[in-house]
Write a protein that binds this ligand. Structure first.
Ligand code: ADQ
Length: 742
């Protein structure tokens, strides 16, 4: 638009100037034509009246001649007529003959050129023509015919106007045509650039389509591009250092200009009211760390539940707020939930139903139809928000977790061309366990609205595919791990999540020796006291009870450690509105008290339980201060705490004791892998950890650090985006082939 104005306005101005410049030229030209016309007219009149006039003159009827002249000047154009018998005689004329015309001065009207015949008068310009009219009585007789030329001035004005309007119309037409051509070629150029960037530029060229002789060249070029692409990708992926920058590059090269939307229950920024002030909180979450670089790079939209007390105060009229607050880069679109919706959807169906169902942690899932109804309604609310936020008909939508299982299908129904990547952060159980869900088919169908469905481990992918095979009329391809259902295909893939690497410098600011000292002082422990840590949400799936049982067993089997070893359990309160979580917290507290009471006589307590949220920096200080970290989840999709502990140990010391039922155990065989239900085995692993030589600690830690560095969270997000981009390219190619066949 701006471009058009920049072009059109100057063009119109230039044309207007030309129109004004051209007008006098046109005037001069038309004047010449009119003078010639009037000359001819005068000659015609002279010829016509010659005979009657000479008769009257011969008869000597001068008065009658005057009347005759007056009569013929009634003609609209003929202004006056006069007759000179000789240069010295008086003029015999109609009443209107201007006084400047005298018989002794007639030569002045007989010169060459248009202006020689012009006479200015009060009535306007007059044209004077002198015609010879000899007779026997007056051989020098001359007839003067004066025509009114004011109509020339009127016409000249009209002509000027017409010329001006004609140029303006011409300018408008030229501008319009130019703007249309410019727009079309700009769009075509942009489309060409986009398709080139997507590696299909050569396919879209209508010229190549139209000329069959170019087909073989086109095919060769396509093959070359594909080969280049494949080798570059293979090389890139093995050589890529996965950083936020690498993620941005992928977005710019593979998904340039695409509309990217993230949807999760939890929001990346929470606005809380603290008296007069509004505070912005950033939940400590691996998910936010992984997805924020994507959002920043593509200025996308993140749709999430607005849960902060001041969230409504900062949004605009479409419920959006630009974040991060310090340098806004993308939109956070908040979805509002009523207390009933939150109770049914979040606490009810998601956390009392799906969470225990998928974790198989021996807590019975509770399924209520009221909760299910809220779950469906809230998923629909999120879907509507996504559809409303979509800027194109084929956005890339990243759906997060078990709160939004129905969302993929709901989005697919509205935006059939969207690329929907769903990531399931928790485990997927075997078909027998999943079968107890009364709405199992709806959940599966909802998830199969995804283009790509991701789990942390191959084991969870297998379980999901088995479950679909058991309960839906779907075609399952076990070689490619593709599920076809309802005419759409879903790729089921493994994308192990991780943490940001390297960790933020702020986390490592205090050196390990300082951390060891300060953490021990803070907990009243002697300087050389052995320290173990556990960091979890206070959730029954994390195996905190089993962990304490293992510590008790350690002290029972190796009393040497009583008073010499303390385990600090940092437990963030979570979902405390749910009965099961309240019972669990009470059980954990009671157990810590019982074990501490049992071993209290001999120095510091074996367990320090801190039921509170800690800032990431404080959590890292504990990781760096500890001799071991114990992760004893009964079932865990991945478990990021294990990876954070490894990241925190740049001194290459410390031992990780890790439950075999975590996704992390499949990637970290150098940890001491345990069955958390086997207290003896866990106690033995704790003893091994506390006595492990430093060299062995270093060897194990080095290997694990290498792995976490390489398979970090940016790789997790990047792999999904690369697969989505490839899927989009394939489907575009397929639709072009389809068109070509038609
Ligand atoms: P979670 O069940 O929440 O995540 P986890 O992967 O261990 O489990 O992540 C917990 C995060 O919270 C870690 O970053 C940890 O540092 C932090 N945290 C825990 N307790 C804390 C405390 N007291 N104070 C401060 N921070 C604390 C779900 C799945 C996992 C999966 C992740 C990511 O259950 O299996 O690994 O999603 O997909």
């Amino acid at each position: 638009m701006r471009l058009s104005l920049r072009f059109v306005l100057p063009l119109l101005l230039v044309l207007a100037a030309i129109a004004y410049g051209v007008a006098p030229l046109v005037d001069r030209l038309t004047l010449g034509w009119f003078v010639r016309d009037l000359d001819m007219r005068s000659a015609l009149i002279a010829n016509t009246i010659q005979e009657p006039l000479q008769e009257q003159l011969a008869a000597g009827r001068k008065a009658k001649t005057g009347e005759f002249f007056n009569r013929i000047t009634q003609d609209e154009r003929l202004f006056a007529v006069g007759y000179c018998a000789a240069p010295a005689s008086p003029v015999l004329a109609s009443r209107s003959l201007p006084a400047q015309i005298r018989c002794n001065d007639l030569e002045r009207w007989q010169g060459q050129g248009a202006t020689a015949h012009l006479l200015a008068s009060a009535q306007g310009p007059l044209h004077v023509a002198v015609k010879r009219m000899p007779s026997e009585a007056a051989p020098e007789g001359q007839l003067v015919l004066v025509h009114d030329m004011s109509f020339v001035t009127r016409r000249s004005k009209e002509t000027q106007q017409y010329v001006f309007y004609a140029f303006m119309a011409l300018g408008a037409i030229i501008s319009l045509v130019t703007v249309i051509i410019a727009q079309l070629s700009w769009r075509g150029w942009m489309a060409g650039m986009h398709s080139l960037l997507r590696g299909e530029g050569l396919l879209r060229r209508p010229v190549l389509d139209a000329l069959p002789e170019f087909k073989p060249i086109e095919r060769d070029l396509q093959r070359l591009v594909r080969e280049l692409e494949a080798t570059t990708r293979a090389r890139d992926e093995s050589q890529i250092t996965w950083t936020p920058e690498a993620l941005r590059t992928i977005l710019h090269t593979e998904l340039r200009g695409e509309d990217v939307i993230v949807v999760s229950n939890r929001e990346p920024y929470i606005h809380q009211r603290r008296g007069e002030r509004i505070e912005v909180q950033r939940p400590a979450s691996g998910l936010v760390t992984a997805l924020e670089p994507i959002m920043r790079a593509c200025s996308g939209t993140w749709v999430a539940h607005g849960s902060g007390s001041a969230d409504r105060e900062v949004v605009d009229k479409s419920d959006c707020v630009a974040v991060p607050p310090e340098s806004p880069a993308y939109q956070l679109r908040r979805v509002w939930l009523t207390p009933e919706e939150e109770a049914g959807y979040y606490y009810g169906f998601a956390n009392e139903g799906l969470w225990p169902l998928c974790h198989i942690a021996h807590v019975r899932p509770t399924f209520r139809s009221g909760d299910w109804a809220q779950y469906v309604a809230v998923n629909r609310k999120f879907a509507q928000a996504v559809v409303r936020q979509a800027k194109t008909k084929n956005p890339v939508v990243l759906v997060q977790d078990y709160h939004l299982a129905l969302l993929p299908k709901m989005i697919r129904d509205e935006l059939p061309d969207a690329t929907i990547i769903t990531f399931w952060h928790i485990p997927w159980p075997n078909p027998e366990s999943f079968a107890i869900c009364p709405w199992r088919e709806d959940i599966l169908a909802g998830m199969l609205g995804s283009s790509i469905l991701g789990f942390h481990t191959q084991f969870h992918c297998n379980n999901f595919v088995d479950t679909v095979d058991r309960f839906l009329e779907a075609r399952v391809d076990r070689e490619s791990f593709n599920v076809s259902f309802g005419g759409k295909s879903t790729a089921v893939q493994r994308y192990p999540i991780s943490i940001a690497w390297p960790p933020e410098p702020e986390m490592m600011a205090q050196d390990v020796a300082q951390c060891r000292t300060s953490v021990r002082e803070l907990n009243d422990l002697p300087a050389e006291h052995k320290l173990g840590v556990g960091v979890d949400r206070l959730d029954y799936t994390k195996g905190i009870v089993e962990r304490f049982r293992a510590i008790e067993q350690l002290l029972e089997l190796n009393p040497h450690w009583i008073g010499r070893f303390t385990f600090v359990q940092i437990a963030a309160p979570t979902r405390s509105g749910i009965d099961e979580y309240q019972h669990h917290e009470a059980q954990v507290r009671a157990m810590a008290t019982r074990i501490n009471t049992r071993f209290e006589r001999q120095g510091p307590p074996p367990i320090v339980l801190k039921v509170e949220h800690h800032e990431p920096r404080a959590v890292y200080a504990y990781f760096r201060a500890a001799d071991l970290c114990f992760v004893s989840s009964l079932h865990d999709g991945m478990n990021l705490v294990a990876k954070e502990f490894i990241a925190a140990r740049d001194d290459e010391r410390g031992v990780l004791v890790l439950s075999e039922f975590t996704g992390a155990a499949r990637e970290l065989p150098e940890a001491l892998i345990v069955n958390p239900y086997d207290a003896d085995q866990c106690a033995a692993a704790l003893h091994l950890a506390l006595t492990m030589p430093e060299a062995e600690q270093r060897d194990r830690m080095r290997l694990m650090r290498g792995l976490v560095a390489e398979y970090n969270v940016f790789r997790w997000a990047g792999r999904m985006l690369l697969d989505a981009a490839a899927m989009r390219r394939r489907s575009r190619l397929a639709s072009q082939k389809g068109r070509a066949r038609l």
